[in-house]
Design a protein around this ligand. Structure first.
Ligand code: BG6
Length: 485
């Protein structure tokens, strides 16, 4: 199935921090791929803005090198690469000083009709100063968009301060807070599955759903980014943002329409309905050395660090729909596989005419984010052959790459999100109040862990986390799903 390319208006996208890792690894390759499929209109420009005093030719060379490194070989088309490079410009700008702002303004004035977007791929401490400059100098117009990305605060107080800073200069409808999980194909499919089909919604509540498991497991460790990671840990790095979004999309009420605020209002209600976490509903872990690699403590260079590289939580959504259904969340580094999925496990039939049914695991809808994006429905059928009624569980499998013939080539999250910024569609971006509500929920348990003085439990690399994680589901009579690719 060939996906339809919906045109966008010509744009000027200014990337602050254009020489940084995110820009090279994700933003520029994503824009290049949009040009490849014909979505980047003629006349659009990608303008690098950074402190380095390089000229346009030098910046273009660095973009070409980045594309060489980060674009898949099958997507490298010399004519498109040249066309993309021709759309690249550069202005040296000092985020906190005077230099470069007038030149940037002048460049943007060359194309007053283009959509203006400013992607702040810089340290969060620069979000406020850059937003202020853009607004005060008149470079940002009332219709310009500003894009920021996590960390959006370290706790509730800092998240609030950041929102205040941004909102001093930009209206909420201009602020695009990226959570790249919302750009993933399957995450949006969760909404399609729930709200475009009559099949699941009647069962989507605590009368029929026994438990929900949300897993984002990674096999890599934190080597190379230990300094950042040790200040956040799994709760701040993954749960407060990405996993919270997955939880919201799974648990939210159907919005009245597919409109940015209608969707975000419903997500916000889920966050506000979360019970406060108790320490006994949490398990934290830190990976040991193993498999020829160093331990977490060695990777972050602090033998006394109490930051978690793994966390599992039992979460309750206290509302009419979900009361009594536990949501188990777990995420961690150095686990047995890279695997992200949402698994909704349904209750057993109320009356069993086949005694064996009780021994089965039950129906489950598994929404697989990565790898092998797709959806599987676990159902019980009769085992083929004569000799009585024996049951087996089989997957009704819809791996998107097979079903949609996409050749495993679904667009990267950033491709869709950047194009949504240009289109002015905020549905897949977090609103300020959502971010604050998520911190308001995360803060008390982060503080409680801190005050308890306890250390995360050690776990072996290649495992499913600390042994205690099994108690979290075990006390409810549930089993974690295997972490496997
Ligand atoms: C980032 C986290 O936001 O998401 C990383 O900072 C994590 O620690 C990454 O590895 C996971 O993203 P993905 O798309 O690879 O699942």
């Amino acid at each position: 199935m060939v996906s339809t390319v919906i045109p966008v208006q010509p744009f000027d996208l200014v990337i602050f921090g254009a020489t940084g890792d995110l820009s090279h690894r994700k933003i520029l390759p994503s824009l290049y791929r949009r040009m490849l499929v014909g979505q980047m209109p003629a006349g659009s420009r990608v303008i690098g803005a950074a402190r380095s005093k390089m000229n346009k030719a030098e910046f273009r060379k660095s973009v070409r090198d980045a594309l060489e490194q980060f674009v898949e070989p099958k997507h490298k088309k010399p004519e498109t690469l040249d066309e993309f490079i021709n759309a690249i410009d550069y202005v040296a700008v000092d985020a906190t000083g005077e230099a470069g702002w007038a030149a940037l303004g002048k460049k943007l004035e060359e194309k007053p009709a283009s959509v203006r977007a400013f992607y702040l791929s810089v340290a969060p401490s620069l979000f406020g100063p850059i937003a202020a400059r853009l607004a005060q100098s008149g470079i940002a117009t009332p219709e310009s968009r500003i894009v920021v990305e996590k960390p959006l605060g370290h706790d509730l107080a800092s998240a609030k301060a950041l929102n205040v800073e941004l909102k001093q200069h930009f209206d909420e409808h201009q602020i695009y807070r990226i959570d790249h999980y919302l750009g993933k194909e399957t995450v949006q499919n969760l909404m399609a599955i729930r709200f475009a089909n009559a099949l699941f919604e009647p069962l989507w509540n605590s009368h029929y759903v026994e438990q929900v498991q949300i897993t984002v497991a990674e096999s890599i460790g934190v080597a190379g980014r230990g300094a950042y990671y040790d200040k956040s840990g799994a709760m701040r790095d993954m749960v407060q943002n990405h996993m919270m979004q997955l939880l919201c999309l799974t648990a939210m009420e159907p919005p009245s329409k597919f409109d940015p605020d209608a969707v975000r209002d419903e997500k916000l209600k889920v966050i506000r309905a979360l019970d406060p976490l108790k320490i006994s509903d949490t398990v934290r872990g830190q990976y040991r050395a193993g498999g020829g690699d160093a331990s977490y403590l060695e990777h972050v260079g602090d033998p006394n660090s109490r930051t978690e590289s793994f966390v599992a939580l039992r979460v309750h959504v206290s509302n009419w729909r979900w009361s009594g259904t536990p949501f188990y969340l777990r995420t961690g580094k150095k686990l047995s596989a890279r695997m992200s999925e949402i698994c909704v496990v349904f209750k057993h039939p109320p009356h069993t005419i086949f005694p064996q049914v009780d021994a089965l695991r039950g129906n489950a809808l598994i929404i697989r984010l990565q790898p092998n994006e797709g959806i599987t429905l676990r159902v019980a059928i009769k085992e083929p052959g004569p000799g009585g009624m024996r049951l087996v569980e089989v997957p009704l499998d819809m791996t998107f790459a097979n079903t949609l013939g996409a050749d495993g080539d679904l667009p990267e999250a950033y491709e869709r999100l950047i194009m949504d910024v240009i289109r002015g569609n905020q549905t897949l971006f977090m609103r300020g109040d959502e971010v604050e509500a998520a911190w308001a929920w995360a803060d008390p348990i982060l503080n409680a862990w801190d005050e308890s003085g306890s250390r995360p439990l050690p776990y072996d690399p290649g495992s499913a986390g600390p042994i205690d994680v099994y108690k979290l589901t075990g006390t409810d009579g549930h089993l974690w799903r295997e972490i496997a690719a």
